[in-house]
Structures are given as structure tokens and as C-alpha cells.
Design a protein around this ligand. Structure first.
Ligand code: P6P
Length: 338
């Protein structure tokens, strides 16, 4: 393979998914079509986010534009784009979005066999200061081909057939797993294509970074407090860990996936179930972390074993390098005994 072959042998996300599809002879390409519509949504949001700053400058995003119309906030706009893209794919039956209080049941003529849960623009409060934000999504198969019902999206995360996120930062990175490892794609704006840049991502077994909002320390339980203390003042003479906290889940998880370490949003006295949402934040990121050789734990159980009761319910989450999550699991096991 000459270097030049790599330049001309473009592994686009579409080609990658078609390769995956060819491994399922019975597949009719529904997943490929669904994913292409998700990718379309990501390309739109990437372009809108990149213009947001400029748009704000010239008074478009979130302001009233020259026609005096109230310009939609970026997260509302992104949500509409994803809902429309997913419904028009003809491959979905029920959608859950962070932006919509109720699930969206797709009209019968456009129904397919997938249920999609997503946060169209997670961390959107960070847009105005230029911090990376992202779209997070998870995909379930409908439980049966009857009338779609809420139970089709109240499945444990381990039932997901795919999960991923698209991070809008210095570049646009789409990280995806269809259950056979994790692959990262970078948008080449000149082609309008996502190109495979991070094949077969594996999270380092142990990391040197912990990622938590230390501002909540006064509300943590004993196990979390002990864990963070050990990160800062290791007893075994190992070097202290570094603290990296961006406050945008997609950015913190992307760094954890690539560099290793642990990301935690624990329960605290104020929020007994933590802050992050099970269906479209905790599950997709836990799915990816496990597929990359890491772990994801709620403080009580494996995150993907959780069975959600409500579509917007929250859960504490500890995810990242295998060994680092093992350490927090041991501390919670101790705490259970007391
Ligand atoms: P805190 C962003 O608002 C978000 O939903 C996640 O993206 C992020 O991980 C978390 O909240 C940050 O929360 O309480 O630390 O500001």
C-alpha cells in the first residue's frame, strides 16, 4: 500500500457501514440508511455550530434576524433537524430527544424498525464561549413490529445495537460503535464526508486523569469522596492524577476514550440520581466505553444493565479506563457493607 493509496482509498463512514452491513447477508440496508440520516444531521449541526459565533456577531443565532424574526436557538434548531432527518429516513418508529418532554411516535407510513434516543446538542450552554459541544445518540431495535410503545425505548443500554456521538470542536469528530468495537471519523469539509481517522479505538487500561466537577465535593457520598482523595493524595506512592474537567460531556468523554482516565458525574445530596440522563447521555457513552475495553458503573451496577422507568430519568455515572472504574467499584462495595 503506497502512502498515496491511503490518500485515494477513502474509507468514508458510509463505506465503513456498508462493509459492516455486508457481514449481515440478511440485512436490507435499513441501518445503513438510518445512519446516513444521522450523519446528515451531524453535518448540518456542525455547519450551524461553526457559524453560531459569526451568526451571533451579525445577529442571527438566538437573536432577532434582519426580518425581526426570533432566530431559533441552536439546540432547538438542531433538534428539529434530527427529528426531521430521522422521521424522513423511514427507518424509525419512536424517538426520544433531550429537547422534547414527550417521545415522538412516527406516523405509520414512515415507520421503520429502529428506536433512536438522542441529545441533539449536549453542552449547548458552552456555545458562546467556544467550548466543544456535541450530539449524542443511541439506537435500539423495536421490541416487536406491533404498535410502537414507550417500552421500546425503556430498554437497558445493553440492548442498544449502536451508539455514538459527534463532537463539534476544532474539527468535527464522529465516534461510532455498532457493537464490534469503536471507530472515529473526522469530517473533511472539502468533501463533506466523514473519513475514518481513528480505527478501532481502545481506551487505555489505566489512566492518569480524573474528570469531575470538584465544585460539588461538599455533597458527595463517602465512596466518591474517598476515590477523589486517592486521585489527589495516592497512598501507594504513585503520582497524583491530573484533573481535567471541560464541563461538556462529549468533550470530557472523548478525551477519556483517547487518553484514558475516569469521567464521573456522581450522585450528590442535591441530585440523588446525579445530573446526566440515562437514555441519551449515560447509555451511549457507556456503550462506547465498554466497546473500547473500558467500563461504566452507576455506583450500584453496570450502567448498561440499568432498566430505565422514565425517558428522561438520570443516573450517577463513573466511566473510563477499566482499572480506574474497578477502583471506584471497590469503594462502593465497601460503602454498601457499612
Ligand atoms: P456541571 C452540560 O450542561 C452537561 O449536560 C454535560 O454535557 C456535562 O457533562 C454536565 O452537564 C456538566 O454539568 O454540573 O458540572 O456543570
Amino acid at each position: 500500500h503506497s502512502a498515496d493509496a491511503h490518500r485515494t482509498d477513502l474509507m468514508t463512514i458510509t463505506r465503513y457501514v456498508l462493509n459492516e452491513q455486508s457481514k449481515h447477508p440478511e440485512s436490507r440496508g435499513d441501518f445503513t440508511i438510518l445512519l446516513n440520516h444521522i450523519v446528515l444531521g451531524c453535518k448540518f449541526v456542525c455547519s450551524a455550530v461553526n457559524k453560531a459565533g459569526l451568526a451571533k456577531l451579525i445577529g442571527l443565532a438566538g437573536e432577532t434576524n434582519v426580518q425581526g424574526e426570533e432566530q431559533k436557538k441552536l439546540d432547538v434548531l438542531s433538534n428539529e433537524v434530527f427529528v426531521k432527518a430521522l422521521v424522513s429516513s423511514g427507518r424509525t418508529c419512536i424517538l426520544v430527544s433531550e429537547e422534547d418532554e414527550e417521545a415522538t411516535f412516527v406516523e405509520p407510513s414512515k415507520r421503520g424498525k429502529y428506536a433512536v434516543v438522542f441529545d441533539p446538542l449536549d453542552g449547548s450552554s458552552n456555545i458562546d464561549c467556544g467550548v466543544s459541544i456535541g450530539t449524542i445518540f443511541g439506537i435500539y431495535m423495536m421490541k416487536d413490529d406491533g404498535e410502537p410503545k414507550l417500552e421500546d425505548v425503556l430498554q437497558p443500554g445493553k440492548n442498544m445495537v449502536a451508539a455514538g456521538y459527534c463532537m463539534y470542536g476544532s474539527s468535527c469528530n464522529l465516534v461510532l460503535s455498532t457493537g464490534r468495537g469503536v471507530n472515529g471519523f473526522t469530517l473533511d469539509p472539502s468533501l463533506g464526508e466523514f473519513i475514518l481517522t481513528h480505527p478501532d479505538i481502545k481506551v487505555p487500561k489505566k489512566g492518569k486523569i480524573y474528570s469531575v466537577n470538584e465544585g460539588n465535593a461538599s455533597n458527595w457520598d463517602v465512596a466518591t469522596a474517598k476515590f477523589v482523595e486517592k486521585c489527589k493524595f495516592p497512598k501507594d506512592g504513585s503520582p497524583a492524577k491530573s484533573l481535567r474537567y471541560i464541563g461538556s460531556m462529549v468533550a470530557d468523554v472523548h478525551r477519556t476514550l483517547l487518553y484514558g482516565g475516569i469521567f464521573l458525574y456522581p450522585a450528590d445530596k442535591k441530585s440523588p440520581n446525579g445530573k446526566l440522563r440515562v437514555l441519551y447521555e449515560v447509555f451511549p457513552m457507556s456503550f462506547l466505553m465498554e466497546q473500547a475495553g473500558g467500563q461504566a458503573f452507576t455506583g450500584k451496577e453496570r450502567a448498561l444493565d440499568l432498566v430505565p422507568k422514565k425517558i428522561h430519568e438520570r443516573s450517577p455515572i463513573f466511566l473510563g479506563s477499566y482499572d480506574d472504574v474497578e477502583a471506584i467499584k471497590a469503594l462502593y462495595a465497601e460503602q454498601q457493607k457499612e
